[in-house]
Design a protein around this ligand. Structure first.
Ligand code: SAH
Ligand code: AVI
Length: 321
């Protein structure tokens, strides 16, 4: 029988992983410009679809960041001492973390944090087999509601790891606020290693979010599947389609779900009207230049100690102190 890892949850007063789904969906669909928060993409199927996205030929960020981490791992792990805590925000599959853990699993306690219980359980199961001596303290939590880590880590030096350019899924003001929050969570001597996707040719960006196999479309539409299942939704999945565009003014990819006709949809017993062509804005993915991101980190009182990029300057990994 398969061992199920123990996942810790913060008290409901500190975090709200599942409870806010219905409220957020009703609030988002009631707006003049309908939105759904992208953190709800990651149910079990959403997390699997995201993993498929990371393997797509068009989706360059994952393999590029892995290339940077592999090439510079020795430098990155130099800063870790025995007893340090490695805290990962939005850890998902923890695949990139293995690049670090291969070198420091004997020295650190690993705290992966994710809203996706399924992704977290799967990752912990794999990591327990790969690193039998590693202490893993998984936390099911919304990282933006996190105010502190469990007390026993307060005396240890904490390094945050936030790969994948998940920071790009927040608007710059919210991103700066999140980085400031992480600074508090990680403490005075804390560091943050963060992956940030870079501005580039819009055609490359648009292709990465409109893959030929339609996996990104399935990932986007899965949000409606989740609403139908968990919130008594009546979305007709054949009457909405995926759209991803680059908005050069904002420097972001926008994902939308577009209604193919005028229609009414019920969610939690409430009726929402969609005009033909009306969209639900489901995700932003902001892209930065290295100096734009450096300035954002400074707003959150972080100092950039180094920036690593690939040879083609597609992606960056920033070490903040
Ligand atoms: N770090 C991995 C996964 C990135 S996908 C990588 O680089 O490949 C984004 C991950 O963040 C998903 O696993 C998702 O479940 C998680 N996530 C998104 N919003 C979150 C939030 N508000 N709090 C915690 N986890 C979140
Ligand atoms: C997790 N996040 C950084 C991904 C991104 O690129 O914004 C999510 C994603 N959305 C569509 N494809 C991938």
């Amino acid at each position: 029988m398969r061992h199920v890892p123990t996942l810790e949850r913060l008290p409901a007063s500190v975090t709200a992983v599942a409870g806010d789904f219905s409220l957020s969906v009703i609030e988002g669909l009631s707006r003049a410009k309908k939105i759904l928060p992208c953190r709800f993409f990651y149910d079990a199927r959403g997390s699997c679809l995201f993993e498929e996205i990371t393997q797509l030929p068009e989706y360059y960020p994952t393999r590029t960041e892995i290339g940077i981490l592999n090439a510079r791992a020795a430098e990155i792990v130099k800063g870790f001492s025995s007893g340090d805590v490695l805290v990962e925000f939005g850890s998902g599959s923890s695949r990139k973390t293995e690049i670090l853990l291969d070198r420091i699993a004997d020295r650190v306690v690993y705290v992966p944090i994710d809203v996706s219980e399924a992704a977290l359980a799967e990752a912990v199961f794999r990591l327990e087999e790969r690193y039998p001596a590693l202490e893993i303290r998984p936390l099911v939590a919304d990282f933006s509601s996190l105010t502190k880590l469990p007390h026993e880590f307060s005396g240890s030096r904490r390094t945050g790891f936030f790969p994948g350019s998940t920071i790009g899924n927040l608007a710059p003001g919210d991103a700066a606020a999140l980085l400031a929050k992480f600074r508090k969570v990680l403490g005075e001597r804390g560091r943050l290693i963060i992956g940030v996707d870079l501005k580039k040719d819009a055609r490359v960006l648009v292709r990465a979010y409109n893959d030929a196999a339609g996996i990104t479309a399935a990932f986007n539409l899965n949000l409606l599947v989740r609403i139908n299942r968990e919130l008594a939704g009546t979305f007709d999945l054949t009457a909405f389609h995926h759209r991803a565009i680059y908005n050069p003014r904002s420097g972001r990819i926008e994902m939308h779900l577009v209604s193919d006709r005028a229609q009414d949809v019920m969610v939690c017993g409430r009726r929402f009207h969609f005009a033909n062509g009306e969209s639900i804005h489901t995700e932003n993915s902001y892209k930065y230049t290295v100096s734009e991101f450096r300035a954002l980190a400074e707003k959150a009182s972080w100092k950039t100690s180094r920036v690593l990029t690939d040879a083609n300057e597609q992606f960056s990994v920033h070490e903040l102190i």
